[in-house]
Design a protein around this ligand. Structure first.
Ligand code: MG
Ligand code: FE
Length: 169
């Protein structure tokens, strides 16, 4: 038997590991981007948001009597995904990176949707509110990426066809 509070704490720790992975991926992406300033700027904004999300999650975890020092190995599970994004050397890395970013934001959206219900179920309205405010930022980032994928693809294809320009990042 596992009490609702234990699941909640577990999932908050998973989310914290996910946000650490998000920060690594986003930082790697932003550092590599040279020719797509608008995308880079949006990613940098989301890095700041991600740092705030980590702080909120730590507060929730500690309020429930947990600690982030014994992180479950979700970070490891997400590593393959992170490497696909972070270690990009593909000729179309800007496009693949934006696609992977969109997928990752949707993983975050799913995670916070689950957490809001778990927190509500456990009667922890503070955590539910924190997760709602994080969820808003994840939805905004996912929407931005989806809306800008055509533009990013267009810019990439144009740069690709020009022998004097680097397109991939
Ligand atoms: Mg996040
Ligand atoms: Fe995010």
């Amino acid at each position: 038997m596992t009490l609702p509070n234990e699941h909640l704490l577990d999932w908050l720790r998973d989310a914290h590991a996910m946000e650490q992975q998000a920060e690594k991926m986003l930082t790697a992406q932003a550092e590599r981007l040279e020719h797509y300033p608008e995308l880079r700027e949006r990613i940098e904004q989301h890095i700041t948001e991600t740092e705030g999300q980590q702080r909120l999650l730590v507060e929730c975890i500690e309020r429930l009597g947990g600690t982030t020092s014994t992180l479950k190995d979700l970070a490891g599970k997400l590593m393959a995904f992170g490497q696909a994004v972070g270690g990009m050397t593909m000729s179309d890395e800007v496009v693949k990176g934006a696609m992977a970013g969109y997928v990752f934001e949707n993983l975050e959206i799913a995670s916070y949707t689950v957490l809001i219900e778990a927190a509500t179920h456990a009667g922890d309205t503070v955590t539910a509110d924190a997760c709602r405010s994080i969820l808003k930022e994840e939805i905004a980032m996912a929407d931005w990426l989806k809306d800008h994928l055509p533009q990013i693809t267009h810019a990439f294809l144009q740069r690709s066809a020009d022998p004097d320009q680097e397109a991939k990042r």
